[in-house]
Design a protein around this ligand. Structure first.
Ligand SMILES: Nc1ncnc2c1ncn2[C@@H]1O[C@H](COP(=O)(O)OP(=O)(O)OP(=O)(O)O)[C@@H](O)[C@H]1O
Ligand SMILES: [Mg+2]
Length: 203
């Protein structure tokens, strides 16, 4: 930044100005949990409601990134770490642009999730543990992946032959085996309101 000449520096708009223009506090709401726990479902519902409330948001979903930016990556521990590193960098750029970013990634390792938190200013990383027991997630099996993993057709599948490290102190835990999808959505919105990221939603 210091090497920029004064004219160039005057063109640099900082993140606070961008956020102020959007009248919101940017942040990254990170949904972690087993496959089938409900990350895409829940983040999609939160995204829709935030959009309806007039917020500028973007939803980053693991499946989408793996079809594009991260299509060269597999599921070894190293590739999973790189998958999350790239997702985190993209999420941070979007938060810099003033957006409320919703990120839905299994992100099984605590160390990677901690790295994402450390990339962001204090208070701008909100970790949501989308929690369903393995048996429930496996029974839902929305993409048929558990069946494949159990047949041995899919290796290194989280919860089967690759570990999932639950968050020790998530900002919020949503037990999706006990709450409806709408109750889960509303719990996330209430947290964002308590943190001053959005105005309190109407009852
Ligand atoms: N309370 C709940 N909250 C969220 N999803 C629920 C709930 N109850 C049932 N479900 C169902 O569980 C399934 C969750 O699938 P979803 O694709 O959201 O999981 P995911 O965590 O994104 O998995 P993956 O990591 O494989 O992408 C959906 O079919 C959803 O309708
Ligand atoms: Mg998903």
């Amino acid at each position: 930044m210091d090497s920029l000449n004064p004219a160039a520096r005057s063109c640099v708009i900082d993140r606070t100005s961008r956020a102020r223009q959007k009248q919101q506090r940017p942040c990254v709401v990170w949904f972690t949990g087993l496959s089938g726990a409900g990350k895409s479902t829940l983040s999609g519902l939160v995204d829709r409601r935030l959009f309806e409330l007039g917020h500028h948001t973007y939803l980053l979903d693991g499946d989408h990134l793996r079809r594009g930016l991260n299509r060269d990556l597999g599921f070894t521990d190293a590739d999973r770490a790189e998958n999350i590193r790239r997702a985190a960098e993209v999420a941070c750029l979007m938060a810099d642009a003033g957006l409320i970013v919703l990120a839905a990634f299994i992100s099984p390792f605590r160390a990677e999730r901690r790295l994402v938190r450390e990339l962001l200013p204090a208070g701008e990383f909100v970790e949501i543990f989308v929690d369903a027991p393995l048996a429930v997630a496996e029974q839902r099996d929305p993409k048929g992946l558990y069946r494949k993993a159990r047949r041995g057709e899919l290796k290194q599948f989280t919860g089967i032959d690759s570990p999932y490290e639950p968050p020790e102190a998530p900002d919020l835990r949503i037990p999706t085996d006990r709450l409806t999808e709408e109750q889960g959505r509303d719990a996330v919105l209430a947290l964002l309101a308590r943190r001053g990221i959005i105005r309190a939603p109407a009852p």
